[in-house]
Design a protein around this ligand. Sequence first.
Ligand SMILES: [Zn+2]
Length: 403
Amino acid sequence: MITSTTGPQPADFADVRATNLAVVLRFVREHAPCSRADIAASTGLNKATVSSLVADLIDRRLVRETGLTENRVGRPATMLVLDGSPYAAIGVEINVDHVSAVAVDLAGERLLTWRRAFSGGDSVNQGVAGVGAIIRRVVNRMTKEERQVLGLAVAVPGLVDVQGTVRLAPNLGWRDADIGGDLAKALRDPGFPIQVDNDANLAALAEQRFGAHSGASDLIYLTGEIGVGAGIILDGRLRRGRLGYSGEIGHVQLDPDGPECHCGRRGCLEAMAGIAAVLRKIPSPAEIQIEIEESVRLARAGDADTLATLDSVGRSLGRGVAVLANLLNPEVVILGGYYVPLAPWLLPAVHDELSDRVIAAEAGGCQVVASTLGHDAAALGGAARVLDSIDSGRLPGGLSRIP
Ligand SMILES: [Zn+2]
């Protein structure tokens, strides 16, 4: 099943009990260890209802009692924490030359991190067959550990519509591809939902749940690859726009006379501040890592040419970030991908441009930082999206409504 909704949306559920189960589960996730009385006091549900809901969550092995008691006046209470040991959420990121896979348990603890070489092949079919084989191995591993897979979300670098269809992934050569449906077939209808989303969107969800700025309600993640895309979280929710195509900051024009962009236009942000601008050429996927390491080495050694290039790229990037800061007033803009190792040389120029170009004082409080989640942020975000679905009421085990 392909679904497109994300984020907690309890109001969408007709089933009051499923909604209340989700409310209690989220409370335990955020406040564990906590008691039944804490849940009742904070959620406004009465104590009998909370006891019944907690019993249900314990039955489903989503919550367990720790046996600890609160150190406070009054009768000691049994404390609750997340369980989820029999479950796994899987996230996969498809890239030009590799596939990353991550599995986490309900509490977000990492169960598996894989990176496998991958070539998209000559067609979507070959690409899906390759990715499907990797996913099947991940699922087998989880099954061997006696875990039920709650869901899978796949990150693709490109335009993915709200239905999860990949409309255009230029670097993979994919167009109008129902990757989710194809993967469900390749996995022989695995019995868990498969979602497909843009890589920047999923990386933003990973930052929101697991990153150094987790819990920030206004957060933007910028991918730093050949392409530059933004995953935008505002007021706590991912903002996809009408068809799902928001966040294409990489094709905001910074300079009408600038270098040609692979989209055919001139002076786009990604032509001026993407990895090709850092390396001053379009590297082959296999070379990027090595070339970036070389740039870092040269920058550390004080190589004037490299420092000038990084300063210029940082300024272009800063102009793009200033557009985001003026338009959306985020709390933090997180630089991901290959921007991470280059951040020490990019950030000073980015900050200069921000103070010059953002009309609000101190850039409207916008911080710009490097991601701490590493190169599998989008894969981790896939797992985060599965956990978001659980938190919004799609609980395993029957009672919840699966839209
Ligand atoms: Zn462009």
